[in-house]
Design a binder for this molecule. Structure first.
Ligand SMILES: Cc1cc2nc3c(=O)[nH]c(=O)nc-3n(C[C@H](O)[C@H](O)[C@H](O)COP(=O)(O)O)c2cc1C
Length: 179
């Protein structure tokens, strides 16, 4: 079975918390411990054929990092270090954090930035998620009527988080662990 790598970017720790919950559900045998992208090298990331990647939304849906006024290095800096790579054959599931009331016009929109880059490098993105149950005006992270990954809003809908993660993990696990 393919072991899943879990990587996340974070500014205030929420995306780390969600990554840990996902890891706990999958267990140590199935997935490696979540790693912050500002503390990892490209080679550690590239060793996995199956990945779960977490991305918070900052800068009106920009790729999180210093250009989006983040204090910590985030996906922007990690992808710069990664350079252009061939991700053909890699299966990747994304989850994105956002706040639908405060950022209703660009809810969880940073996830699309990561999606585009990874898809452009050849990755197979799995784990699209329904937009039902969220209230927002616009999100850039919708393709063919679905979010390109799981969306979590701890601020407004934290009480739904555990159930959302559970359903999503059940959905992606067979897609990521297939040999
Ligand atoms: C300065 C700032 C900008 C934000 N921009 C967005 C945004 O564009 N869209 C969105 O849905 N949420 C936005 N948020 C909400 C964060 O994405 C949300 O709080 C998330 O859980 C933060 O994750 P982290 O704790 O891992 O950094 C923003 C929050 C802050 C403080």
């Amino acid at each position: 079975m393919t072991k899943i790598g879990i990587f996340f970017g974070t500014e205030t720790g929420t995306t780390r918390l969600i990554a840990k919950k996902i890891h706990k559900l999958l267990g140590d045998e199935v997935a490696s411990k979540p790693v912050n992208v500002n503390r990892t090298a490209a080679a550690d990331f590239l060793q996995y054929d199956a990945l779960i990647l977490g991305v918070p939304s900052y800068g009106d849906g920009a790729l999180p990092g210093r250009s989006a006024k983040c204090i910590e290095a985030n996906w922007e800096e990690f992808l710069q270090g990664l350079g252009e790579v061939d991700l053909t054959g890699k299966r990747i599931a994304l989850f994105g954090l956002g706040a639908q009331e405060r950022y209703a016009d660009c809810f969880a929109s940073s996830m699309i930035q990561l999606y585009r880059v990874l898809k452009n490098y050849g990755a197979d993105i799995v784990g699209a998620w329904s937009t039902e149950g969220y209230q927002f005006k616009h999100s850039a992270s919708i393709v063919d009527g679905r979010f390109v990954g799981l969306v979590i809003d701890q601020r407004t809908q934290g009480m739904l988080t555990d159930q959302r993660i559970q359903v999503w993990v059940e959905q992606i696990k067979p897609l990521l662990t297939v040999t």
